[in-house]
Design a protein around this ligand. Sequence first.
Ligand code: HEM
Length: 280
Amino acid sequence: MSHQSAPAVGETDLPNLDFQGTTPYEDYVQADVLTHLQHLRSDDPGEMVFLVTTQVMELWFTVIVHEWETASAALRGDDIPGALVALRRSCWELEALNASWKPIAHLTPAQFNAYRSALGEGSGFQSAMYRRMEFLLGEKSASMLVPHRGAPRVHAELEKALAEPSLYDEALRLLHRRGLAVPAAVLDREPTARHEPHPELEAVWAEVYRGDQESELVRLGEGLTEVGELVWRWRNDHLVATRRAMGSKVGTGGSAGVAWLEKRARKNVFPELWTARSHV
Ligand code: HEM
C-alpha cells in the first residue's frame, strides 16, 4: 500500500505500477476474493444490494465480536481503561453497522418478493457471528447451536463462545472484585445459561451510579449502556425494515416473522443498567 521503487519513466509522481505477482494491496485486503462472493440467486437487479448489505453486516459483526472479546479480556485483567478503548471502538462500528440498513430499509413488499423466494429457508437467524454477539451480551442459548451442526468450524467456535463468560459476566465479576455486592447466584451462574435480570444486581449498579460520576465504574457502566443502546437500535431498525418489506408474513427462517422480532427487540441489553436508573 506504500509508494515503492521503480516508477515508470516520465511518471515519477505516480504510485508504483509494477508488481511481480498480485499487488500488495490485494495480498493484504483480498479484494478479489471479497468482490467475487456475490453469488446471486435471482435475475432481480435489487438482489445485489440485499446480499452485499448482509455481507457487510457479517463483516461488522466479526469486528464487533473481536472488540468485545478484547474488552472482556481487559476486564478479566482489571484493566477498565483498556476495556473502554475497545468498547468505544465497538460503538463507532455499531454506528456504521446500523447505518448500513439505509440501502435496504425502504423495500416495498413487491420489491422484496422479487428475490425473496430465491432465498429459500435462508435467514439471518442462522448467522453464527450474530449469535456470537448475542452470547457476548449474555443472551446465551445452547439451542442456537443446533442449526450449525453440519458446519464443524462454526459449531466449534459457537460452542466455545457459549461456554465462555460473556462481556457482561466479566464486567460483573470485576464489580465483585472491587467490593460490590454482586449476588452469588449471578457470579456462580452456569456460563452457558442466559443472563436473567436480577434485582440485587440492579441495586449494585444503582450504588455505582450514585457515586463519583468520573469513576472508572461509572464510565464502564456508560460504555456498556452505549453498546446496549446501539444493539437495541440495530434490532429495532431490523424490525422496522422487516415490517416494511413483508408485513406480518412468516419469516424465511420459519418464525412468526415480525411478531417474533418484536419479542426479541423488547429485551434490554444489560437489563440492570437500564432499570437501576430508576433508583438513583
Ligand atoms: C428487509 C430485509 C430483511 C427482512 C425482511 C428480514 C426478516 C427477518 C425475519 C422475519 C427474521 C426472523 C427469523 C425468520 O423467520 O427468518 C429475521 C431474523 C434475523 N435477521 Fe433478518 N431480515 C432482513 C434483513 C437482514 C439483514 C440484512 C441481516 C444482516 C445479517 C439480518 C439478520 C438477521 C438476524 C441476525 C436475525 C436473527 C435475530 C435474532 O436472533 O434475534 N436480517 N430477519
